[in-house]
Design a protein. Structure first.
Length: 118
């Protein structure tokens, strides 16, 4: 498994572990050079959103990978976690609908996610 795929799989598993809602992954590699994948997930409260971000960071750190940058953690309405080829966006449900990242990147290829840790 290549490095990008393992980052993606680890992030998705970490989100699943903490019951993230409406998790999606979009392959944007043919549209931009900023990343290969955007991962989007929703949380139900500030506490839930922070716990999702904490778990993603912890699981990737366990494998030796630290984020290049994290934004929005203090307010926890939209946390962006930049892992280079994989960028994780964790939203409060209302903010996700308002910003509509999926619409902005609709030309990307949505990755069909298998049931995780079922």
């Amino acid at each position: 498994m290549d490095n990008i795929q393992w980052i993606l799989d680890t992030a998705l598993d970490a989100l699943d572990d903490k019951k993230a809602k409406d998790v999606r992954a979009i392959d944007i590699s043919h549209l931009t050079t900023i990343a290969h994948y955007f991962v989007m997930a929703s949380g139900t409260s500030v506490t839930h959103i922070k716990s999702l971000a904490d778990n993603v960071e912890e699981k990737l750190k366990e494998k030796g990978l630290n984020p290049l940058h994290i934004e929005g953690y203090n307010t926890a309405r939209w946390i962006l976690m930049d892992y280079g080829d994989v960028v994780v966006h964790i939203f409060h449900e209302e903010d996700r609908e308002f910003y509509g990242l999926e619409r902005l990147w609709q030309d990307g290829k949505e990755i069909i996610l298998k049931a995780r840790n079922a």
